[in-house]
Design a protein. Structure first.
Length: 224
């Protein structure tokens, strides 16, 4: 498979007088999982929204294979985004959502998922938090885009569901690059091939997990 490279640079963001992001550089290749870490309010979700074109930022620069993707319609074909909020309408059935979201040629393999089979007779509004999140993650990962941004994919899930979604993320690595952030850093570090910490508005490449203590993200009493 040919490697594709997503690069994000030059992003600055302020809310009022407070600077959230000021010196950002992030690079993700297909077959990589970038774990994006940072304390609450550090700008992780804001950064992913800016990359996805859902949040404005001056001098925003997003490139794939050195080609600028600042046109939103082009970006949406190359980068998929899973936010923290539910994006599928409650009034639709699971089967209808799948038929609207997945190409006909890909639906057979989508339906082969044993967990999805158990949801096909339900409406979205009747799904549990875990069932809904699993469906949303699978829909986003099934998009033909080269890169996927996942914001809190494990939110509110049981340990078993977290394992299932981690397996699903890894199963898509042969064709995608993935950037993932979650409040539970252990779940991110387990699957990430590279770690990036946002601190004081800047990105820091983490080569050793002990650096998370040195940079004040974790206490030295926490098991890493």
């Amino acid at each position: 498979m040919n490697k594709h490279i997503l690069e994000i640079s030059g992003i600055q963001k302020k809310f009022g007088k407070r600077s959230i992001l000021s010196d950002i550089y992030l690079k993700c290749e297909t077959s990589e999982i970038i774990g994006l870490l940072g304390r609450n309010g550090s700008g992780k979700s804001t950064l992913l929204k800016i990359v996805a074109g859902l949040e404005s930022a001056p001098d925003r620069c997003v490139r794939i294979n050195s080609n600028s993707l600042n046109a939103k319609n082009v970006l949406m074909n190359m980068v998929s985004y899973l936010g923290q909020d539910q994006f599928v309408p409650n009034h639709l059935s699971v089967q209808k959502v799948i038929s609207l979201s997945i190409d006909k040629k890909d639906r057979t393999s989508f339906y082969e998922d044993e967990f999805i089979k158990g949801l096909l007779g339900k409406k979205i509004k009747h799904l549990s938090t875990g069932e809904l999140r699993y469906l949303e993650v699978k829909l986003v990962l099934s998009n033909p885009s080269l890169f996927v941004l996942l914001d809190e994919p494990y939110n509110g899930l049981s340990p078993l569901m977290i394992e299932k979604i981690a397996e699903m993320i890894n199963a898509n690595l042969n064709k995608k690059g993935i950037i993932v952030t979650d409040h539970n850093y252990q779940d991110v570090t387990k699957i990430a091939s590279k770690l990036v910490l946002i601190k004081d508005g800047k990105t820091h490449q983490i080569k050793e997990k002990s650096e998370l203590v040195a940079k004040g993200y974790l206490s030295d009493t926490v098991f890493i």
